[in-house]
Design a protein around this ligand. Structure first.
Ligand SMILES: Nc1ncnc2c1ncn2[C@@H]1O[C@H](COP(=O)(O)OP(=O)(O)O)[C@@H](O)[C@H]1O
Ligand SMILES: [Mg+2]
Length: 443
């Protein structure tokens, strides 16, 4: 089972492509998961993905298939990542933001506003929480530096790894948002700070990888514990060949850096799929380091491979499709670690429960562990729920013990009180007998 949900999207032909190649398109649609691709030599290759979104696909379909379950999981504390990949002009930003981030048209708005809306909806409809916050941060990786798009004075953020926190960007500005309108205004401000350049593929093509992070935190109404989840949306810079963009000077340097980090991403994916996992080169670029948790199996990850449908772009589309095929082969890397961490947690809880059980001489209902679920993230979630269940039982047992202890104390106090009464009654009796003896002797 793949760790990454991989989808392909072919956007409609652009007017430029129609001018160059007419209505010629590079694939034949088979069904909603597969198509036959015609390469530049006219040879056919059949590709198969989790879902293929053709030119007529709706933005809403994309959200429902690719992002909706990730949004729900984020609210349940499982981190998620959505990545768009493809050559410049293939539709990455359109898929994420829509024709513009300020686009409020229900049909055309992109994944990002839908995801934010979805998070608010999930939090609102949950009866299990007492308070919640959603924070947003926005950074770009430009020329191997991580720049804060919400505070441009922070132009070289450091990547760190924290225990229980995973990989994070130290000092990145995080702004709390209370609704979608507020979030869009903020994102619009951040987008204005992005590094863009003009190439022959796209008038304002992004020269950087742009990363949006939505952090959700809420307090559980059941146990008062604070839970959190993180959802990252990544709009990668274009993956096209340098020659095609007509790049020179600074733009050429940018293109080289972009290609270097995208090949680092390809190398990480290759290493994750070849079975030799002793060394995965996550540290070979900022992008791969930031995506380490997403690719390594600690997150729900979806990859959208965006392609032009035109025969004039077959080389780039083929390379994007190969990248997607490779990514589909990624197997969860940290399965064993997840098992270890979860079973350690469970054994500690078991010890506690055992100790309380022997004191209380109570019984504990047998937990039924269901069929092994092979998906490690679900497995992790199942184990987490089991552990929480054990913690709840442990607390219930503690409550019973305390009640018993209190009953015992009350019994002891009553006994002492009765003993007191007993002694007093005994003294009174002796006194009465002595008095009676005195009276009898006197007579
Ligand atoms: N699915 C689509 N439907 C309509 N227009 C699209 C679609 N995808 C992309 N476009 C248009 O194609 C152009 C390039 O898309 P863009 O998302 O900016 O590419 P990228 O981010 O991959 O460089 C834009 O003008 C965009 O509006
Ligand atoms: Mg773009």
């Amino acid at each position: 089972m793949s760790n990454v949900k991989v989808c392909v999207r072919f956007r409609p032909l652009s007017s430029r492509e129609r001018r160059i190649c007419g209505d010629d398109i590079c694939f034949d649609r088979l069904d909603e998961e597969s198509f036959v691709f015609k390469d530049e030599k006219g040879e056919d290759t059949t590709f198969c993905f989790d879902r293929v979104f053709y030119q007529d696909a709706k933005q809403r379909d994309l959200y429902e298939f690719l992002a909706m379950s990730i949004v729900q999981d984020t609210v349940n504390g499982i981190n998620g990542t959505i990545i768009t990949y493809g050559q410049t002009g293939a539709g990455k930003t359109y898929s994420l933001e829509g024709p513009g981030i300020l686009e409020f048209d229900e049909c055309r708005k992109g994944l990002l506003p839908r995801v934010i809306d979805g998070l608010f909806e999930c939090l609102k409809s949950s009866t299990d929480m007492s308070a919640h916050t959603i924070k947003i941060s926005m950074v770009e990786i430009y020329m191997e530096r991580v720049r804060d798009l919400l505070d441009v004075s922070k132009d070289n953020l450091q990547i760190r790894e924290g225990k229980g926190q995973g990989i994070y960007l130290s000092g990145a500005t995080e702004v709390s948002i209370s609704d979608l309108t507020e979030a869009i205004a903020l994102i619009n401000r951040g987008i204005a700070n992005k590094a863009v350049g003009s190439t022959q593929m796209n008038v304002t093509s992004s020269r950087s990888h742009c990363l949006y992070t939505l952090s959700v935190q809420y307090e559980s109404a059941v146990d008062g514990k604070v839970k959190s989840g993180k959802l990252m949306l990544v709009d990668l810079a274009g993956s096209e060949k340098v020659e095609k963009t007509g790049a020179e000077g600074k733009v050429l340097e940018e293109a080289k850096t972009i290609n270097k980090s995208l090949s680092a991403l390809g190398n990480v994916i290759n290493a994750l799929t070849t079975g030799k996992r002793s060394h995965i080169p996550y540290r070979s670029s900022k992008l791969t380091r930031i995506l380490e948790d997403s690719l390594g199996g600690n997150s729900r990850t979806a990859l959208l491979c965006c392609c032009s449908p035109s025969s004039s772009n077959t080389l780039e589309s083929m390379s994007t499709l190969r990248f997607g095929t490779r990514a589909k082969l990624i197997k969860p890397q940290r399965q064993e670690e997840i098992f270890e961490e979860v079973s350690n947690g469970i054994s500690q809880e078991e010890d506690l429960v055992d100790a309380d059980l022997s004191t209380a001489q109570g019984t504990i209902p047998q937990l039924e562990i269901q069929q092994v679920i092979l998906d490690p993230v679900s497995l992790h979630q199942t184990f987490k729920e089991l552990r929480n269940e054990m913690i709840r039982m442990n607390e219930a047992l503690r409550g019973i013990l305390q009640t018993q202890r209190r009953t015992l104390e009350t019994g002891r106090t009553t006994l002492q009180w009765l003993q007191g009464i007993n002694s007093a009654a005994f003294i009174v009796c002796i006194f009465v007998i002595l008095n009676m003896a005195k009276v009898f002797l006197l007579h």
